[in-house]
Design a protein around this ligand. Sequence first.
Ligand SMILES: NC(=O)c1ccc[n+]([C@@H]2O[C@H](COP(=O)([O-])OP(=O)(O)OC[C@H]3O[C@@H](n4cnc5c(N)ncnc54)[C@H](OP(=O)(O)O)[C@@H]3O)[C@@H](O)[C@H]2O)c1
Length: 221
Amino acid sequence: MLPKVILHTEVSVDGRMDWMLDDGFLYYRAIADWQVDAIISGSNTMLAAYPETDAPEMLAAPAPEKAPGLQRMLVVDSQGRLRCWRQMQQSEWWGELTLLCSNATPPEYVAHVKSLGVDVIVAGDDHVDLRAALEEVTARYGVAVIRTDSGGTLHGALLRAGLVDEVSVLLNPCLVGGISPRSTFVAPDLSSQEGAIPLRLLEVSNIEGDIIWLRYAVSKA
Ligand SMILES: NC(=O)c1ccc[n+]([C@@H]2O[C@H](COP(=O)([O-])OP(=O)(O)OC[C@H]3O[C@@H](n4cnc5c(N)ncnc54)[C@H](OP(=O)(O)O)[C@@H]3O)[C@@H](O)[C@H]2O)c1
């Protein structure tokens, strides 16, 4: 069975995910009362948050105890790029970690991650087969609802795979501009309207100051 996936994102009014004006972590404050079981992030998102490699003394120390009730963090990294698992384990923002990787992930990387006490799910031959991985997440942990905490690339993979049920967009009241693909949905260009994902409005609210929050259900065929 697949979990419900909520794509939660904050963008500028022109749809960019970078260089937005500071709003005091509204991205997290807005969803403080959400009941989700797990969070999913991509490797670029984690690299942006944790650019430093785990220090040897950090790795030598035992894994930190997690407070009960924190959501599981699912991290997609088929290429074995992350060297910050101990730092991620020390975060107060989530609970236990799971690496989602594929058969292409270097075995020594998987062994390293497991040695730190991190659970591992292998799905797919190249990139992670997200559908299979999420089915396993539900089977293994009883996870019913997941929200994203990621950039446009993982969003794009989840959306194109038809795995997103709801889209939650906080509109940061600014215009950023730019030509790089830093939108909330990064995926190969369509060649027609076929493939555009229809949405049904669930809620629109002006939650704080000039900030608008849009929530949509994804209409599935
Ligand atoms: N404004 C916001 O709301 C917000 C929230 C979170 C993050 N961010 C920002 O977003 C930026 C990072 O975003 P990003 O778009 O560069 O990367 P990302 O969303 O972190 O996604 C990268 C991940 O997508 C996976 N992926 C790509 N194509 C795939 C496919 N076809 N199937 C399965 N998995 C696939 C990659 O897997 P592999 O492991 O196979 O490479 C990689 O792990 C950071 O700067 C971060 O600060 C913004």
